[in-house]
Design a protein. Structure first.
Ligand SMILES: [Zn+2]
Length: 397
């Protein structure tokens, strides 16, 4: 149960869960200044959202009901993740997206369209009462796994994530299809659609060919007052079908880096200039993540570009299939490779022995300690462990 502590002598409206002023929210690091939201699966097999408080490392369901079983629509921790991938909290309101879809048929029975309707819901964490925040027609947002909030605006990609096969059947695949950048004002509920992002004429090969993948437009964060997002596409169908008809995904040597290297992708990096409101094509390499205002990209090795444009290159960290990389306290963390890169010294620093092999995610820095997350060992159910660790214990001497 989420307990709201009263900050004595201070009747200000300071939020219990404190947002960063500008922040990138992603499923593996849905972080706030004093805690983190994550989803677990209960014994009955349902998803529920938890909040872990960095101060106590206590983890509680996002629910205010005494004696709740957190197993049906009456529970906020259940409903905010029952059909949506990434709930986010802003000023102690939790926001999430639900999307309905239906096939639209003409009089002759032929289907002509596959219609999406998204509703952004919100609930006050104190009351748990669910309300409609705003309706967003024509796109799906329930599968969005990346969002940015800056200056009361939530940025998210909406997808027309269905296509019709030659025999007339409709296919719906998460985060595919035509994709649009949306800005939702969390104060006024004003919604702005900035238009189609993946606009290359052959971008649709990504989701209409067997075995195709990498169809999602990726949001990566805000650098130098620009919101970055990217997508990739191929010019010819065979560029994808040749690769996917030969690749062996079970090969232990296979990784995402292989797809990067073996498919002749065109990569388009775009940004929304937050000063002008215009979408621009960017000359920068596509960002992997943007954190603390630094821009991390991969061009064979990982590079960190600071806010002045200075680039530091990691000596040895390579791209892999794990997504839990983060940028915290000025360092790039790659728990899957038991290492971090410090751009100030140009060194890759191994984790201390006790954190090797745990595939840790470094979530945040809180009161001088790193907050890390990893899976418990020998757990039948997936169970996250959280620790608060000083740097001299987390890194090898
Ligand atoms: Zn509950």
């Amino acid at each position: 149960m989420l307990v709201f502590l009263c900050s004595c002598g201070n009747s200000s409206t300071k939020a219990v869960i404190q947002n960063y002023p500008i922040h990138y929210y992603v499923m593996h690091a849905n972080t706030y200044q004093n805690g983190c939201i994550y989803t677990t699966i209960t014994e009955s097999g349902t998803n529920i959202a938890h909040f872990v408080d960095y101060e106590t490392l206590q983890s509680v369901p996002l629910c205010n009901k005494p004696n709740c079983t957190h197993s049906n629509e009456s529970c906020l921790s259940y409903q905010c993740v029952s059909t949506s991938a990434l709930p986010v909290i802003y000023q102690d309101q939790i926001y999430w997206f639900e999307t309905d879809s239906q096939i639209v048929e003409e009089k002759d029975g032929k289907s002509t369209d596959y219609q999406f309707d998204t509703t952004c819901y919100y609930a006050n964490l104190k009351t748990g009462e669910k309300k409609v925040f705003v309706k967003i027609p024509d796109v799906s947002m329930k599968d969005a796994v990346e969002m940015v909030i800056a200056d009361d605006i939530l940025y998210v990609i909406g997808c027309d994530q269905a296509y019709q096969t030659e025999n007339g059947a409709w296919m719906e695949i998460s985060c595919c299809g035509d994709q649009y950048l949306y800005a939702i004002n969390l104060k006024t509920a004003e919604v702005k659609n900035y238009g189609l992002i993946n606009d290359a004429p052959t971008a649709y090969y990504n989701w209409t060919l067997d075995y195709a993948m990498f169809f999602n437009v990726q949001l990566t964060g805000i650098y130098q007052n620009k919101l970055y997002f990217s997508y990739r596409y191929v010019d010819k169908k065979s560029d994808l079908t040749d690769y996917f008809s030969h690749v062996d995904f079970d090969d232990p040597n296979w990784s995402l880096a292989d797809v990067d290297a073996s498919v002749p992708w065109n990569r388009i990096n775009k940004c929304l200039n937050l000063k002008t409101g215009e979408i621009e094509i960017s000359d920068l390499p596509i960002a992997e993540i943007i954190g603390d205002g630094d821009y991390v990209y991969y061009d064979g090795t990982f590079c960190v570009m600071d806010q002045d444009g200075n680039v530091a290159r990691s000596p040895g960290i390579v791209r892999d299939s794990y997504h839990n990389q983060t940028f915290v306290n000025g360092k790039f963390w790659k728990g899957s490779q038991n290492v971090c890169f410090d751009p100030k010294t140009g060194e890759d620093i191994p984790l201390a022995a006790q954190y090797q092999g745990k595939d840790i995610t470094v979530l945040d820095l809180y009161k001088g300690n790193y907050i890390i997350q990893y899976y418990g060992e020998n757990d039948d159910n997936v169970e996250y462990r959280f620790e608060s660790v000083p740097e001299d214990k987390l890194l090898a001497a």
